[in-house]
Design a protein around this ligand. Structure first.
Ligand SMILES: Cc1cc2nc3c(=O)[nH]c(=O)nc-3n(C[C@H](O)[C@H](O)[C@H](O)COP(=O)(O)OP(=O)(O)OC[C@H]3O[C@@H](n4cnc5c(N)ncnc54)[C@H](O)[C@@H]3O)c2cc1C
Length: 392
C-alpha cells in the first residue's frame, strides 16, 4: 500500500511495532515453507521474477524478500513504533503510538490476519505436566520437550508440524477437524495454477454465497514441497489420526467420532474442485496437452479411530495448538466491530469510519486476498478509494 500511495504522491508513513517483516521473522517457525509457489510472489511494482518459479520460500526467505522490497521502494517505515490507539480526531484520526501521536486523514489497517493464535477453552483443563505450545511459539522439533506430541488442528500449519515432528522421530497424534484437502499437483500442474486458471482465486467477496463462511475457511492441507502431506501420507509415516479434540478432562483428551465423516467430506469437496478443473481444461481445449486425470485415493481412516487418549499413559508430553489465528484490532477505538468482535468492512472499506481501510484479511476482496499474492489487486483498489476520500 505504501508503494501505491507513493505512486499517487500521497504523503504517508508506515508504523511498525517491530522491524520490517516482523511476522515472518518472529512469528513463524523457521522450517515453514510457503504453500504458494514463487511464481505467485509478485508485489506492486515488482512482478514475480524468481529464479525458481516452482519452488517455495522458507519463512527467512520471505522476511528477506519483504525487507528488500521495503528498501527498494524506499517505504517510509518507522520501526519499533507500536500503534496503541486510533480514534476520531479533530481532523481525521488521532493515532497514538509508543513514539508519539500522529494525525491522519486516512488510516490503513495492515496488521495482519494472524496476530493472535486461537486456542480452544479446553486447553485450560490440561494437566500442568503437559506442555502447551501454539504454532507461533514452535521453533522446530528441538523446541519441543522430548516425548510424544499431540498436534491439534490439521490445516496447513497442523499437517506441516505433524510431518516435521514425525520425521524427527517423535510419536505424533494429529487431531483432525473440518479441513480442506487439495492435491499439491494435478495433471502435471501445481494446484495454485489450477486455482488461478479456473477463476477460484479471483472469486469476489460480493459474489460468494456465504461470505462469512468463506472468510473462516481453514487453509488447505498443503505444504511447500512436491512430497504429499495429506492425511494418508502422514498416516503412512506413522502419525496417528484422531477426530476433532472436543474435551480434556484431567489427563485424558477426548476426540469426536466424526473423523471418517470429515475426511469423506473433504474428499468429496476436493473431487468437486477437480471436476471443475477437468471441465475448465476441456473448455479451454487443453485436455489433449495435459496428462490424463489421476485422482488421489480417498483418505483411508480406520473403522475405529481412538476416541480417548490417556496423555500421560501414552507418553504425550506436549500439545501443540494449530487451531488457527485471528487478527488483533483491540487498539482501534472506533465503532467498527460486529457482535462477535470482527471488523466490519466492505471489501476492505471499513464500515462507519470514513477513510479507514483494511488489508491482509482472508477473502478481503477476492479469494486471493488470503495470500501475499492478493495484495497487488487489493492495494490498487483500496488506494483509489483512499484517494477519492482525500478528494483527489
Ligand atoms: C502460518 C502461516 C502461513 C502462511 N503461509 C502463506 C503462504 O504460503 N502463502 C501466502 O501467500 N500467504 C501465507 N500466509 C498469509 C500471509 O502471512 C499473509 O497474507 C501476509 O503476511 C499478509 O501480510 P500483512 O503485511 O497484511 O500482515 P503481516 O505479515 O501479519 O504483518 C503485519 C505487521 O503489522 C505489525 N503490527 C501488528 N500490530 C501492530 C501495531 N499495533 N502497531 C504497529 N505494528 C503492528 C506486525 O508486527 C507485522 O509486522 C500465511 C500465514 C500464516 C499465519
Amino acid at each position: 500500500m505504501s508503494h501505491r500511495l507513493a505512486e499517487r504522491s500521497v504523503d504517508h508513513v508506515v508504523l511498525e511495532r517491530g522491524e520490517v517483516a516482523d511476522s515472518w521473522r518472529t512469528k513463524r517457525w523457521p522450517g515453514l515453507r510457503l504453500l504458494t509457489p514463487n511464481w505467485m510472489l509478485g508485489v506492486p511494482g515488482q512482478p514475480a521474477g524468481h529464479t525458481d518459479p516452482d519452488g517455495f520460500m522458507t519463512a527467512p526467505d520471505v522476511a528477506a524478500f519483504v525487507r528488500h522490497y521495503a528498501c527498494r521502494t524506499a517505504a517510509p517505515v518507522r520501526a519499533q513504533t507500536a500503534v496503541q490507539s486510533v480514534r476520531r480526531g479533530r481532523r481525521g484520526y488521532e493515532v497514538r503510538t509508543t513514539d508519539g501521536t500522529w494525525h491522519a486523514n486516512a488510516v490503513v489497517l495492515a496488521t495482519g490476519a494472524s496476530s493472535v493464535p486461537v486456542v480452544p477453552a479446553c486447553s485450560a483443563a490440561l494437566a500442568p505436566s503437559v506442555a502447551q505450545l501454539t504454532a507461533q511459539d514452535y521453533r522446530g522439533p528441538d523446541s519441543v520437550a522430548d516425548g510424544g506430541v499431540l498436534v491439534v488442528g490439521a490445516s496447513a500449519t497442523g499437517v506441516q508440524l505433524a510431518g516435521e515432528l514425525r520425521r524427527a522421530g517423535r510419536p505424533v497424534t494429529l487431531a483432525v477437524g473440518e479441513h480442506v484437502r487439495l492435491p499439491r499437483s494435478y495433471r502435471g500442474r501445481d494446484v495454485f495454477w489450477w486455482l488461478d486458471a479456473t477463476g477460484v482465486l479471483a472469486e469476489r467477496y460480493d459474489e460468494v454465497d456465504d461470505l462469512s463462511r468463506a472468510r473462516r475457511l481453514p487453509s488447505p492441507q498443503l505444504v511447500g514441497s512436491s512430497a504429499p502431506i495429506d492425511l494418508a501420507a502422514l498416516a503412512a509415516e506413522g502419525v496417528r489420526l484422531v477426530g476433532r479434540l472436543v474435551a480434556v478432562d484431567g489427563g485424558t483428551a477426548r476426540f469426536s467420532g466424526s473423523l471418517r465423516n470429515v475426511c469423506a467430506l473433504a474428499d468429496l469437496k476436493m473431487a468437486r474442485f477437480l471436476d471443475r478443473a477437468d471441465a475448465w481444461a476441456r473448455h479451454a481445449g487443453l485436455d489433449g496437452d495435459l496428462p490424463p486425470p489421476t485422482r488421489p485415493e480417498r483418505t483411508p481412516i480406520s473403522e475405529r479411530p481412538c476416541l480417548a487418549l490417556d496423555l500421560h499413559g501414552d507418553g504425550v508430553r506436549t500439545v501443540i495448538w494449530a487451531t488457527g489465528f485471528r487478527p488483533d484490532h483491540s487498539w482501534l477505538d472506533l465503532p467498527v466491530f460486529d457482535r462477535s468482535g470482527r471488523l466490519r468492512h466492505d471489501g476492505g472499506v471499513v464500515t462507519d469510519a470514513p477513510g479507514v481501510y483494511a488489508l491482509g484479511l482472508p477473502m478481503l476482496r477476492t479469494r486471493a486476498s488470503t495470500y501475499i499474492h492478493g495484495a497487488a489487486a487489493d492495494t490498487a483498489a483500496l488506494a483509489d478509494r483512499l484517494l477519492a476520500h482525500l478528494g483527489r
